[in-house]
Design a binder for this molecule. Structure first.
Ligand code: BGC
Length: 467
């Protein structure tokens, strides 16, 4: 990738440009679906709870079954995208998205709904692993970095669209429609994926070099570029991926793996998905008792999430990862801490309600401008090439496991620890992550991946592998 990326400009013409654009649009749609499925449950949950008369504990499982499925899907996706190829994995994901959404919409009872969300989760897990992988293998080198952030942006857009659609269906309480309409973008995704070419890197893994050359010719500006890229891929493929055995043999890989896993645990323990899944409930705690007010509040959460992601995209290559993360965790500590404090004192006046909402939004903005995109970027940068697929699969899997734990414990925490204490717990965790960032997170801004790998394997402390 190095030679190709540094020696050419995009320089794409006509059909090649359309092809690349279509390809990116498809992968972005996968991000959108991921976001839709994260977002949709918040607005639907209150109506589901009413219809089925389910306990808080069962609600937690309705929310979390999707994440359990996603963890399974992310695990399976590594093998699937190797055996079936990236394109057909995405296709399988798309089909499961449609089936899962329709099953959710038609669920006759809570147990069925939990099963349906499990299926949907497998789709999300496959898509979240395969789409960025496919993207990085087919997008021209110069736009690869921007792609990861753009993907996260689409996740936030998906969440917002889901919140909006929840609100639109709310007056009728039509939770089945809320869950079912996701099948429409999933159908578009399926048709789009059918039109995608196979990943050239995967074709070369399968010794189908002629086909790989054909695909590359259709998405690159000239043949010289294609031949150079094929040489680069062939050289990279000689480095045998070692996953498990590397894990046993190499202490430095264990360190980068632990960092990737740690980063994803940290991202989830900020408490972000407590808000994404239970926002209406939190607005309820803050004194907004009507469904409409709760849902509009939730839409505002979605808007702030999208807008603040732009801040991250603008800053990431200027400030660097560490200052952004340190700032973000600081902001999140304040937001969660103040919200807990308000709940402790009791929210009664209108001014107090507004203040509570402001604190919630500050928390969201803090996340979206920092840990949201930054953690995914760092996880894709820190693994040595021999263990990259394995390392990224492990950290993505962890994201979903931690996500499940957070989603499955929030209502229990509220009921056992108390409202204020639950938010304080998240405030304390965010404060601790300032220290985590300070001691363990490297600054990788503008550093070539080869350099990061060299430093890691030379045994430098993790926070210094970007120097
Ligand atoms: C996280 C998701 C979260 C989303 C919110 C992503 O980076 O991995 O768990 O729901 O951001 O925008």
């Amino acid at each position: 990738m190095g030679t190709y990326a540094s020696s050419t400009h995009t320089g794409l013409h006509g059909s090649a440009r359309t092809r690349v654009f279509m390809t990116c649009a498809m992968a972005a749609l996968a991000g959108l679906l991921f976001g839709l499925d994260i977002g949709v449950i918040a607005g639907a949950l209150p109506f589901i709870a009413k219809d089925f008369q389910v306990s808080d504990h069962l609600q937690e499982w309705i929310v979390s079954s999707m994440m359990v499925g996603a963890a399974v899907g992310a695990l399976a996706a590594g093998g699937l995208s190797f055996w079936l190829g990236r394109k057909y994995s995405l296709l399988l994901g798309a089909a499961l998205f449609i089936v899962g959404s329709l099953l959710c919409a038609s669920a006759p009872n809570p147990a069925f709904l939990i099963g349906a969300r499990l299926v949907l989760g497998v789709a999300v897990g496959i898509a979240t692993f395969t789409a960025p992988l496919y993207l990085s293998e087919i997008a021209p080198g110069q736009v690869r970095g921007a792609m990861v952030s753009a993907y996260q942006l689409m996740v936030t857009v998906g969440i917002l669209v889901a919140f909006l659609s929840d609100t639109a269906f709310a007056s009728s309480g039509a939770w089945r429609w809320m869950l079912g309409v996701v099948a429409i973008p999933a159908g578009i995704f399926l048709l789009g994926v059918l039109a995608l070419p196979n990943s050239p890197r995967w074709l070369m893994m399968k010794n189908r070099n002629d086909e790989a050359r054909k695909v590359l010719n259709s998405v690159r500006p000239e043949t010289a570029v294609v031949e150079q890229e094929m040489k680069d891929i062939a050289r990279q493929l000689q480095v045998k991926e070692q996953g498990f055995s590397l894990l046993r043999k190499n202490r430095d890989f264990r360190r980068s793996l632990a960092l990737g896993i740690g980063l994803q645990v940290v991202q989830q323990l900020t408490g972000i998905n407590v808000v994404m899944y239970y926002a209406p409930r939190i607005f309820g705690l803050a004194g907004y008792s009507g469904h409409q007010a709760q849902l509009w509040g939730t839409v505002i959460v979605g808007v702030v999430n999208v807008v603040a992601t732009f801040i991250a995209i603008g800053l990431v290559d200027r400030w660097g990862r560490r200052p952004i993360l340190l700032t973000g965790f600081g902001v999140m500590t304040v937001g969660m801490g103040a919200l807990g404090w308000l709940l402790h004192l009791g929210v009664s006046t209108h001014a107090e309600q507004l203040f509570a909402v402001a604190m919630l939004l500050i928390f969201i903005a803090g996340f979206a401008m920092s840990a949201g995109p930054m953690i995914w970027i760092l996880c894709s940068e820190i693994q040595p090439i021999k263990g990259r697929d394995f390392g990224i699969a492990a950290s993505t899997f962890t994201n979903w496991v931690a996500n499940t734990v957070v989603g499955a414990t929030f209502l229990t925490l509220l009921n056992s620890l108390g409202h204020a204490q639950t938010f304080w717990l998240y405030a304390v965790l965010n404060a601790a992550f300032i220290a985590f960032t300070f001691f363990f997170v490297p600054e990788t801004r503008g550093v070539p991946l080869e350099k990061i790998e060299e430093n890691l394997l030379a045994g430098k402390p993790l926070r210094e592998i970007g120097r």
